[in-house]
Design a binder for this molecule. Structure first.
Ligand code: NAD
Ligand code: UGA
Length: 449
């Protein structure tokens, strides 16, 4: 059993703390937000993440997980400290490192014995070296420490399973012994472990997020071309995905990427490139294509219902993706604001994000469920791909709407079915748009593996 301190108890920190304690370590999770820590001590989760509450409860009950705001007691007896604080976009897209800096200073001021400082926050290349400098300067007396980069690759909504079954663990350090000790902590996860230098590890994180964002912008561009040429992007993506070099993931066309990670990380990487006098042409194109998606859906709605002035539009979903209540850079906010600016009244329903969303969207009326949302609206837009939306009683939805217009920003419905139910339906990049002429079929030879 190792003793670990986790600094920053947000989406990444809380999952990291809960999972490491579940793996049998003793974990103290620290946050400067007193309300958050008090709530956690009462068993209240600050975020919605499937399975997290049970995991936290189980490990607190077993005495392996505790929460505090006090650095000194948190660091006492800990061999490892994970920094998991936010790194939001600052001026010009540069990552703002003020929380990392203050965490590094507090660790240095309060450590009482040698420590391995592991940075899990997504930070610009070179930050590990900078953290080491800050710590050395802030220590009241010199105590040995090593800095290791261990970027996190979990997705919100699937965070626990991603943490426990990572595709790989990446570790970067100039201190090989420290990196090996951190590798030991991860051995139970049985994933490939890549050990490299600090800057390379930091870059692997940005390059990975930027590549996934590139796939999304790529398929969105293909979706627009599909639509104008009469091909169906869902089938195109499926057909492409069988090629292992391409892969089937992250080829879902729709409203583009949002959330707290891709938008800020692609921007931050482009900023790093520009600072080094490089022109990030691909990253700029990725951001440009993504930036057009939210306006595109509003223009499409105008094609379907005409002038939006005086119309009532319902948004199915608000969170930036399913299975989270995270509203950071959620497409729903821009879409709702654009609809309201065009004179529409906007209503919305989201299974978990409405309380968080109400802060960003005070003028949007929140409905009790999808059915009450549909009552009397001139159109519905699917904004978030929640599973429960896929199983709605669509006839009931249709009958309660003022007009059966459904714009599917996430391609969760079948165009043919929607058409036969009498909806005026439009997805994204679905060329035949439900005309029913083609049905892609995949035949797998019986001797195929
Ligand atoms: P978050 O905003 O949910 O949580 C950050 C927490 O850190 C907050 O609770 C805040 O109060 C706390 N904090 C800030 N300064 C502190 C300090 N000095 N001492 C102690 N606590 C402090 O952030 P997040 O979404 O968990 O992201 C954290 C980092 O992980 C970011 O760099 C992000 O890019 C990266 N990341 C996030 C995800 C994700 O899915 N959210 C996935 C991989 C990587
Ligand atoms: C993403 C990465 O997937 C994680 O590996 C990474 O750790 C994390 O960022 C991070 O660095 O913080 P996350 O933002 O939680 O995770 O969610 P994703 O599932 O990647 O979705 C991001 C956005 O892309 C969402 O808005 C989603 O709707 C959109 N998306 C995703 C698409 O539009 N199409 C797709 O095919 C996939």
């Amino acid at each position: 059993m190792k003793q670990i301190t986790v600094v920053g108890v947000g989406y990444v920190g809380l999952v990291t703390a809960a999972c490491f304690s579940d793996l049998g370590n003793k974990v103290i999770a620290l946050d400067v937000n007193e309300e958050r820590v008090k709530g956690l001590k009462r068993g209240e989760m600050p975020i919605y993440e499937p399975g997290l509450e049970e995991l936290v409860e189980r490990n607190v009950a077993a005495g392996r997980l505790d929460f505090t705001t006090d650095y000194k007691s948190a660091l006492q007896d800990s061999e490892f400290v994970f920094i998991c604080v936010g790194t939001p976009s600052g001026v010009d897209g540069k990552a703002d490192l003020k929380y990392v800096e203050s965490a590094a200073r507090s660790i240095a001021e309060n450590m009482q014995a040698p420590l391995i400082v592991i940075n899990k926050s997504t930070v610009p290349v070179g930050t590990g070296d900078w953290v080491a400098e800050i710590m050395a300067e802030a220590q009241p007396k010199a105590i040995d420490f090593a800095v290791v980069s261990c970027p996190e690759f979990l997705r919100e909504g699937a965070a626990i399973s991603d943490f426990m079954n990572p595709h790989r663990t990446v570790l970067g350090s100039l201190d090989r012994e420290a990196a090996d000790k951190v590798a030991q902590l991860h051995l139970q996860l049985r994933s490939p472990i890549v050990i490299t230098d600090l800057r390379t590890a930091e870059m692997i994180k940005y390059a990975s997020n930027a590549f996934l964002a590139t796939k999304i912008s790529f398929i969105n561009e293909i979706a627009d071309i599909c639509e104008s040429l009469g091909a169906d992007v869902k089938e195109v993506a499926a057909g492409m995905g069988f090629d292992a070099r391409i892969g089937k993931h992250f080829l879902e066309a729709g409203l583009g990427y949002g959330g707290s990670c891709f938008p800020k990380d692609v921007k931050a990487l482009a900023f790093m490139a520009e600072e080094m006098n490089q022109e990030p042409r691909i990253l700029n194109a990725v951001m440009h294509v993504n930036g057009l998606r939210r306006g595109m859906i509003v223009e499409r709605l105008k094609d379907l219902v005409g002038d939006l002035d005086g119309k009532t539009i319902g948004l199915l979903g608000l969170a930036f993706k399913a299975n989270t209540d995270d509203m950071r850079d959620a497409p729903s906010v821009d879409i709702a604001n654009a609809l309201m600016a065009a004179g529409a009244t906007v209503r919305a329903f989201d299974p978990v994000a409405m309380e968080v969303a109400a802060r960003d969207l005070p003028k949007v009326a929140m409905a009790d469920d999808a059915y009450s949302l549909a009552e009397g609206v001139d159109a519905l837009i699917v904004v978030t791909d929640w599973n429960e939306f896929k199983h709605l009683d669509l006839e009931r939805i249709r009958d309660s709407m003022a007009a059966p217009v459904l714009l599917d920003g996430r391609n969760i419905y079948f165009p043919d079915q929607m058409k036969s139910l009498g909806f005026t339906y439009r997805g994204v990049g679905r060329g035949y748009n439900g005309a029913g002429e083609v049905q892609t079929e995949v035949k797998v030879p019986t001797n195929a593996v």
